[in-house]
Design a protein around this ligand. Structure first.
Ligand code: GDP
Ligand code: MG
Length: 162
């Protein structure tokens, strides 16, 4: 089957923006307020001749404020289970957030490849990713979903060679 990439992270980190960049569409709704994407949203992407599926999730932070509440039943968990690779987005401008820590704890237990993306990194020095090492995941990669910085390198790294 096509490789499936799941986008996870608390609301407003840029998951839907990245989904739109991967798919070349504007299918995912992007907004400045939290929790807009309520269901799994699937899209198809192609990069350097390699095809992949991407899943946008919005389910890791129910309105209760607890990102893991209800995760057992959530669409996000299903998406994560189906995925070959999980892209965990954090917001480098907002900085490390308690929700990021909770999500990281969940992802660390999964035993799946997880890439930690420090999004909104356009114009910032690479050293700005430093605080995200604390999450105990992979080396944080600075990216910009809006401007495209770091996205080609990322896809080269995560998509299996054609
Ligand atoms: P989601 O809730 O995780 O799906 O986040 P969205 O994709 O809806 O984006 C939330 C907000 O962050 C929107 O205002 C986006 O325009 C903004 N955003 C997303 N990616 C970037 C980025 O790379 N740089 C900057 N500066 N803003 C971004
Ligand atoms: Mg969204």
């Amino acid at each position: 089957h096509l490789p499936v990439i799941a986008l996870v992270g608390r609301p407003n980190v840029g998951k839907s923006t990245l989904f739109n960049r991967f798919t070349g569409t504007r299918d995912a709704l992007v907004a400045d307020f939290a929790g807009l994407t309520r269901d799994r949203q699937y899209g198809f992407g192609k990069f350097e001749g390699r095809s992949f599926m991407v899943v946008d999730t919005g389910g890791l932070m129910p309105s209760s404020g607890d990102p893991l509440a209800g995760l057992a039943e959530s669409q996000a968990r299903i998406a994560i289970e189906e995925a070959d690779c999980v892209l965990f987005l954090v917001d480098i401008r907002a900085g490390l957030n308690p929700s990021d820590r909770e999500i990281a704890g969940y992802l660390r237990k999964l035993g799946k490849p997880v890439c930690l993306l420090a999004n909104k990194a356009e114009g910032l020095p690479r050293s700005a990713v430093g605080e995200f090492y604390e999450l105990g995941l992979d080396t944080p990669m600075p990216v910009s979903a809006v401007h495209g910085d770091g996205i080609q390198d990322l896809l080269r790294q995560i998509l299996p060679a054609a």
